[in-house]
Design a protein around this ligand. Structure first.
Ligand SMILES: C[S@@+](CC[C@H](N)C(=O)[O-])C[C@H]1O[C@@H](n2cnc3c(N)ncnc32)[C@H](O)[C@@H]1O
Length: 289
């Protein structure tokens, strides 16, 4: 029996587009560090709305960036985003459907050459056998090529500990529920296998060396500008709605969330000037010898 709620990527596509827009500056910072001056082929695996594919393209003098995703609705969103954002003929940005690691051989053929840089953000953790995915991606690299995994870090915090409604620590309990949801989601994936070690070790076991990690702080102190406050509220809405049918949030906490997220309620979070954004994102990079 299924114990979790499967991810509906078609339904999530608009959120992936919002995330690609919101994370544009972060993508550009990381792409500036990762893309080398002679790189000609970069791949964004599990690309979502192709935000990083576009950032890598902006850092390349010429060549191709291939935005790969397994899910057609997501790839449509990526295609539209690329079409709206990219017109420089020196670097082609191409959406491509492939399921990692099942379609690795087909992907190798479609790429037509070994990759200089492969980026995978929050996508490998949706694959049943994460080590198999990391090893498959490492095998697509040219010698000296880099595999960058944006995974882990610290979940973003947005709220004061005591909101004056319900029990204090509401946001911490939401994170704990999300952790449980994540465990169920992983257990339900086809061919699910535990990976009882960290991402740097996964890169090493894929034959990559050296392996390094860079973590960036994601911080916006209060008061948030309207756009950031709207994004925080939309994100909290999405997370609470995703967890609602799972039974992982108590009825009392759900009542509190429903009031905090209701614009018609006096306790609506949108009225507060003390929302903030504080998180950390890690990128683990392994080099093919
Ligand atoms: C959480 S989203 C991350 C999107 C984007 N990389 C980002 O960081 O915003 C995970 C993405 O991985 C894709 N995905 C999930 N499983 C995949 C697989 N086996 N092969 C390729 N893409 C996959 C999903 O369709 C989705 O676009």
């Amino acid at each position: 029996m299924s114990t979790g709620v499967p991810v509906d990527w078609a339904e999530l596509s608009p959120q992936l587009v919002d995330a690609a827009r919101r994370d544009r500056a972060w993508y550009l910072t990381i792409a500036r560090e990762l893309v080398g001056p002679t790189d000609r082929l970069a791949v964004d695996v599990g690309c979502g709305a192709a935000g990083m594919a576009l950032a890598m393209a902006r850092m390349m003098a010429c060549g191709r960036v291939v935005a790969v995703d397994a899910h057609p609705a997501v790839l449509d969103a990526a295609r539209q985003h690329i079409h709206a954002q990219w017109s420089d003929p020196r670097v082609r940005v191409e959406p491509l459907r492939a399921d990692i690691p099942a379609d690795t051989a087909a992907l190798r053929e479609m790429l037509g050459a070994p990759a200089d840089l492969i980026w995978a953000s929050a996508s490998v953790h949706h694959v049943g056998d994460q080590q198999a995915a990391v090893t498959a991606l490492a095998g697509l690299l040219t010698p000296g090529g880099r595999l960058a995994l944006a995974e882990g870090g610290l979940p973003e915090r947005n709220l004061p500990w005591d909101l004056g409604l319900g029990e204090p620590g509401l946001e911490g309990r939401l994170h704990a529920a999300q952790d449980q949801w994540f465990a169920r989601m992983r257990a339900d994936l086809p061919g699910s296998r535990r990976m009882p070690y960290g991402w740097t070790e996964a890169l090493r076991r894929a034959g990559l060396s050296p392996v390094t990690t860079r973590t960036t702080l994601d911080e916006q102190p209060p008061p948030l500008p309207d756009s950031a406050r709207r994004a925080v509220l939309a994100d909290l809405h999405g997370r609470v709605d995703r967890l609602r049918p799972t039974g992982l949030i108590s009825a009392a906490d759900l009542d509190a969330w429903d009031r905090l997220l209701d614009p018609g309620d006096g306790q609506w979070l949108g009225h507060r000037a003390d929302l903030f954004r504080l998180g950390a994102r890690s990128v683990h990079v392994g080099v093919r010898p």
